[in-house]
Write a protein of this length. Structure first.
Length: 125
């Protein structure tokens, strides 16, 4: 049984990624605010941002390319991509132009283009 659990943990580490999300939803400027985290296979869940700067970090897994997209009903917008190694972060500055809709937020997600990773995401105002 212990071997099965160890194998499942190793499988999850290799084939799935975890994304920690940070948002600047508070009134405090100059700080990164934590949004949450999710485990993903190819594409993360949506992280809502009110503008400013946006950051995501690779916290586990091998190096690779990650693309930041903004989710829209009429076609998603490509924001940019970064190559990340373990414990590195990608920061996208001045992403306020992607804020739209009735909620006045941008809906970002990260799509990996290489092997499975774990990332942390931050939003900075």
């Amino acid at each position: 049984m212990k071997q099965v659990v160890a194998i499942l943990i190793a499988f999850a580490t290799i084939f799935f990624a975890s994304l920690s999300l940070i948002s600047a939803k508070s009134n405090v400027t100059g700080t990164w605010d934590y949004i949450g985290s999710s485990i993903f296979f190819n594409t993360t869940g949506i992280a809502e941002s009110t503008g400013g700067d946006f950051k995501y970090c690779l916290t586990a897994g091998p190096s690779g390319w990650y693309k930041l997209w903004e989710d829209d009903p009429v076609g998603d917008d490509f924001v940019g991509e970064r190559y990340l190694s373990h414990d590195e972060c990608a920061i996208f500055r001045n992403i306020g132009g992607y804020v739209d809709g009735s909620n006045n937020e941008a809906e970002f997600y990260v799509k990996k283009t290489s092997q499975y990773k774990r990332q942390s995401v931050y939003d900075f105002l």
